[in-house]
Design a protein around this ligand. Structure first.
Ligand SMILES: NC(=O)c1ccc[n+]([C@@H]2O[C@H](COP(=O)([O-])OP(=O)(O)OC[C@H]3O[C@@H](n4cnc5c(N)ncnc54)[C@H](OP(=O)(O)O)[C@@H]3O)[C@@H](O)[C@H]2O)c1
Length: 244
């Protein structure tokens, strides 16, 4: 058995945003790989729906936590609770925040800015500061980001700005940690998911994003990287690199 196929039995993986369109695929992939997967959510009904989508057998190792992480204090308390209950946190894959578009920057309202830049960026920062210090020594932190964080998207300017902030947050973590913990980001193109089941056949599915996230956590040599997954060709190339 190689590192790339070793089961993640006994590992605890936290997936904030696991109830979301992309998060569902990430959660499923880690459960299939044998991990215990903890999903915090602001909504019990979204947790119940996730368990249904995952199915009863895999859901045995899915642990939903109805809680918030929108402030530093909330994320701190959540991380402490999860670490106490599960006695470890090995990996975190943060898939928080979604898509929004339709206005030029100068037409964007303050409420939209608050919701799609401030709230989502604060949540990512709160999660990183709460969980990174708690990761096991061989653990990892992965930020899920979108293509618009690297390429300006005029009608979704505040989502582009949020994405760019996440990528720099990851770089700052890398610069500070200097290899003490592994941190990476996956920069995704458009994803085929339960809310958008159709699309270009070269787009990744949410389950394929999960496959990449699992392979990344299983690859000890991979750290401090922006990993671009625009399409299936990128995925094949990156899986080849991760699986050696
Ligand atoms: N979908 C795509 O095609 C696509 C493409 C490229 C990149 N991405 C990236 O993938 C990640 C997830 O996207 P998604 O499409 O899965 O989004 P989504 O379906 O809207 O899910 C967003 C998730 O974030 C959580 N969340 C926590 N705090 C939030 C807040 N203040 N505002 C919004 N959501 C919050 C939600 O959890 P609760 O509501 O359960 O608390 C939910 O699980 C994002 O980083 C996005 O940029 C997605």
């Amino acid at each position: 058995m190689t590192t790339s196929t070793a089961p993640l039995t006994g590992k605890v993986v936290v997936v904030p945003g696991g109830t979301g369109n992309v998060g569902e695929g990430i959660v499923r992939a880690f459960l299939i790989a044998g991990a215990t997967v903890v999903v915090p959510s602001r909504s019990q009904s979204r947790l119940d729906r996730l368990a249904q989508l995952i199915g009863p057998e895999l859901a045995l190792s899915l642990k939903g936590v109805n809680g918030t992480y929108g402030t530093f204090d909330e994320a701190h308390d959540l991380a402490a609770k999860i670490a106490t209950e599960h006695e470890r946190v090995d990996h975190v894959v943060a898939s928080v925040g979604g898509w929004w578009m339709g206005k030029a920057l100068w037409d964007t309202s303050e409420a939209e800015w608050q919701k799609h830049f401030v709230d989502t960026t604060t949540s990512h920062m709160a999660l990183a500061r709460a969980f990174v210090p708690r990761l096991t020594p061989d653990g990892s932190y992965t930020v899920i980001a979108g293509f618009s964080g690297q390429k300006p998207y005029p009608a979704a300017g505040i989502v582009s700005m949020h994405g760019a902030a996440l990528l720099m947050m990851r770089e700052v973590l890398s610069a500070k940690l200097r290899g003490q913990r592994r941190v990476n980001d996956l920069i995704l193109g458009p994803i085929i998911n339960r809310s958008r089941p159709g699309g270009n056949p070269n787009w990744l599915t949410a389950d394929q994003v999960g496959e990449a996230a699992v392979a990344l956590t299983r690859t000890p040599s991979l750290t401090d990287e922006h990993i671009v997954l625009d399409n299936v060709d990128d995925l094949k190339r990156e899986l080849g690199r991760m699986n050696g």
